[in-house]
Write a new protein. Structure first.
Length: 260
């Protein structure tokens, strides 16, 4: 270990309305459910309980990420800290599956669990790409001159190609180490999996077994050489485990929708 220990807090946003309805969200802008708002408030409570004090927050350009972050900051009485929104932290783009019920997609693949989980969880699994106009690309991306860099469907491998260079240069080396800030990232499941893979050197095969719960903060402790001091940890391991089991089995059976 070299020098100071820098703390990076990362979490997947609270449950969205489409998480609740078991649909692929991707880049479609879906708000939090009432449960998701409670999960975000609980995440703020956990961050405060563990004495963590973020100096800057990063979110995606999607409402469920932004809203979760603001709920957390409000709980911490830190709405004033710098808030950077970037599409690099957007959820994985699920191509033609965006907006579709996960179980319906599973059935469209002849209920082939291996193929379904390959697309959902394998490092190389790629959904069918959007053709023509992508309804999830709107004015929030108007500052991006070259729209060709925006995805029309992604594997986790493609997510990491647009995420990791930004994460390493802007967040780890600049904010976390050079400026010695405690960084809070409120993002999406595939982004959290990508960051776990990168920071913990998880293999391409093993990343398929990593599932991420909504609304439970995890912490990475990083030294001045951008290396982990210890394994990452969830602030509420039992709650995280329950959430991971739920995510693991999404789409394999039809879930009843109960209005919350």
């Amino acid at each position: 270990m070299s020098g100071k220990v820098h703390k990076l807090i990362i979490l997947r946003h609270g449950e969205s309305q489409w998480n609740h309805e078991n649909k692929f969200c991707g880049w479609i802008d879906i708000p939090l459910s009432e449960k998701g708002k409670s999960e975000a408030a609980n995440a703020g409570k956990l961050i405060k309980q563990f004495g963590l004090d973020p100096d800057i927050i990063y979110t995606s350009k999607l409402t469920r990420s932004i809203e979760s972050g603001l709920i957390i900051l409000q709980y911490l009485n830190k709405l004033w800290i710098n808030h950077i929104k970037t599409w690099r932290l957007n959820e994985r783009h699920y191509g033609q599956y965006q907006g579709r019920d996960k179980h319906e997609v599973f059935k469209s693949l002849n209920s082939d669990k291996e193929q379904f989980q390959y697309i959902r969880r394998n490092y190389h699994g790629l959904p069918p790409l959007i053709e023509g106009k992508d309804p999830s690309i709107d004015e929030r991306y108007s500052d991006i001159v070259n729209k060709d860099i925006l995805p029309r469907g992604e594997s986790l491998e493609l997510v990491m190609k647009r995420l990791i260079p930004y994460f390493v240069s802007e967040i780890v080396h600049h904010q976390l180490i050079q400026l010695d800030k405690t960084v809070l990232i409120v993002t999406h499941g595939s982004i959290v999996r990508s960051l776990i893979k990168y920071l913990s050197n998880v293999s391409d095969d093993d990343i398929s077994n990593i599932n991420v719960p909504t609304g439970v903060p995890l912490v990475f402790e990083i030294d001045d050489n951008a290396e982990l001091v210890r394994d990452y940890y969830y602030l509420d391991p039992e709650l995280a485990q329950r959430g991971m089991e739920k995510v693991k089995n999404e789409g394999l059976k039809k879930e009843p929708h109960v209005n919350l």
